[in-house]
Ligand binder design. Structure first.
Ligand code: SF4
Length: 499
């Protein structure tokens, strides 16, 4: 087995040279500016550079059609490290992007050229390449691309290598070091993840490129912001071949990621209600509506900073005509989405159908403050809002069952919390949230709505007991002092720290 692995590694090292050009020059015909939604096929070899290429393609607004990885079908291996081609399949599943494995066996240059032509014939305008230096491989790809009349996106070439490595660390990308040249650096780094300690180590040793461009080290990304799942190694073999130690991964699998951080996207902008306690009233009245481009940029930043969920929060998000598009965009980046709304817009069946046919929401929170229309309308200051919200809830439930109702506790409803809970359940809703109030925004002019914790607590406890009995899938409290959690009634109730 070990012998076979050694042979594979030597074979790959030899094969990859076939893809090199003869000269080392930069081809000025290569396009440097790209328009949004340009279709791209991205080279993928599983390491940190491939991942950075993917990230830059997303940041530049490319439409990623597929990843491609070069393999030798006869030898059953990947032509780039980490050699085991199944690992790339796991990465593509983790990313939720299709992977095409391109067989170069027998004739690497000819088959690569054929592949590039076929990409162009599929209506894909650009090839994304993750090489860094002005190496021969770049030359070969550029010449091939020019022949096939396809552009090349090669964003890593112009960036300083130390800066690139810093970017990897900053974006919480986890590349595992799978090979080290032991003549140039310590073999203790084999199997470790690239981090600040590794960067400090590289600072101290001489004649080593920060991205391992001279073969000093190679990596395999096992987790990253755009990975919906992460990879764990189940079986691997350290192998010594010539000047290198390799970590040959025989078996790996995908597992769920434990931490799923939420980014609150404050859309601000207008609202179709005027709630007496609105904490966002200053933003609603004074801040301009956000533009589509600025929201897209915010989502991209959240994704590349490692957030897994985006919560679309108002004003009232449905006042944005492009709400559907930005949620779809977040979904495409692999982010889960949640939405906070007063559901007025969802009182239209057509709007609801159109909306849920386009987007994928993992949760939706609807504000409803009473079973009594008069009390709810008094709070929202919109006649008929209760009726529309109830219609909206019913319409939403036809498409998404992960609906949770948010009840803001005020002097107008605190003593009805158990009855409101019962009413919410009767609508078919299975999630509930009880929210306190902060003295921010419009409540400052309506202080009589504030109610002391000691006064509402008995009703809240009854409502929580009932919610548990009614088997709500989600029971939450928010904007309440943490000390109350000592009481046993708050067991299995999710406490939200702050928005
Ligand atoms: S629905 Fe929300 S954003 Fe709109 S006024 Fe009421 S509290 Fe403010």
């Amino acid at each position: 087995m070990l012998k076979k692995i050694e042979e594979s590694i030597r074979y790959v090292n030899k094969q990859s040279r076939f893809l090199n050009g003869k000269r080392s020059r930069f081809n000025k015909k290569i396009k440097l500016c790209y328009s949004k939604n340009t279709k791209i096929a991205l080279s993928w070899s599983g390491g940190k550079d491939s991942y950075l290429l993917l990230q830059k393609a997303i940041e530049n607004g490319f439409k990623i059609k597929f990843l491609f990885n070069l393999i030798d079908k006869e030898k059953k291996i990947s032509i780039t490290p980490p050699y085991n081609k199944e690992l790339m399949v796991l990465q593509s599943k983790a990313l939720g992007l299709p992977l095409r494995q391109i067989d170069l066996s027998g004739n690497p240059r000819g088959k690569f050229k054929e592949f590039v032509v076929s990409v162009k014939n599929q209506g894909i305008d650009t090839l994304g390449m993750g090489y860094i230096g002005l190496k021969g491989q770049r030359e070969f790809v550029q010449d091939t691309a020019i022949e096939a009349k396809i552009d090349v996106f090669e964003p890593l070439c112009s960036i300083d290598q130390k800066e690139l490595l810093k970017e990897v660390i900053k974006h919480k990308i986890k590349p595992l070091i799978i090979s080290v040249d032991y003549k140039k650096m310590s073999k203790m780094w084999l199997g470790k993840v690239v981090n600040n300690n590794f960067l400090n180590y590289l600072d101290k040793i001489k004649n080593v490129s920060y991205c391992g461009e001279r073969g000093e080290f190679q990596t395999l990304v096992v987790d990253a912001p755009f990975f919906k799942k992460k990879i764990i190694m189940e079986n691997y073999t350290p192998v010594k071949v010539d000047d290198h130690y390799y970590l040959y991964v025989n078996k790996a699998k995908l597992i769920e990621k434990p931490c799923r951080r939420t980014y609150i996207l404050h859309l601000d902008g207008p609202c179709n209600q005027r709630c007496l306690f609105c904490m966002k009233s200053d933003d609603i009245e004074n801040k301009p509506k956000k533009s589509y481009d600025s929201v897209i940029e915010e989502i991209q930043k959240a994704a590349s900073s490692g957030y897994a969920i985006i919560d679309f929060y108002g004003g009232e998000p449905t006042t944005y005509l492009f709400l559907k598009d930005i949620i779809c965009f977040a979904n495409k980046l692999g982010l889960e989405a949640t939405l906070a709304t007063n559901a007025i817009m969802f009182s239209s069946k057509d709007y609801t159908k159109d909306f849920f046919n386009a987007v994928n929401l993992m949760g939706i929170r609807v504000s409803l403050h009473s079973y009594n229309p008069k009390i709810h309308d008094k709070i929202t200051q919109i006649q008929g809002s209760w009726e529309k919200t109830i219609k909206g809830i019913r319409n939403i439930l036809k498409f998404n069952k992960r609906l949770s109702v948010n009840i803001v506790i005020t002097s107008l409803n605190y003593n009805q919390l158990p009855e409101i809970t019962e009413f919410v359940h009767s609508l078919g809703v299975k999630g509930i949230k009880f929210s306190g109030l902060y003295s921010v925004g419009r409540i400052l002019k309506n202080k009589d709505l504030c109610v002391d914790h000691s006064l509402f607590m008995p009703y809240l406890k009854k409502a929580l007991k009932l919610s548990k009995k009614l088997n709500f899938f989600l029971i939450e409290i928010e904007k309440m002092p943490k000390e109350i959690l000592k009481d046993n009634i708050f067991k299995n109730v999710r406490y939200i720290e702050d928005l």
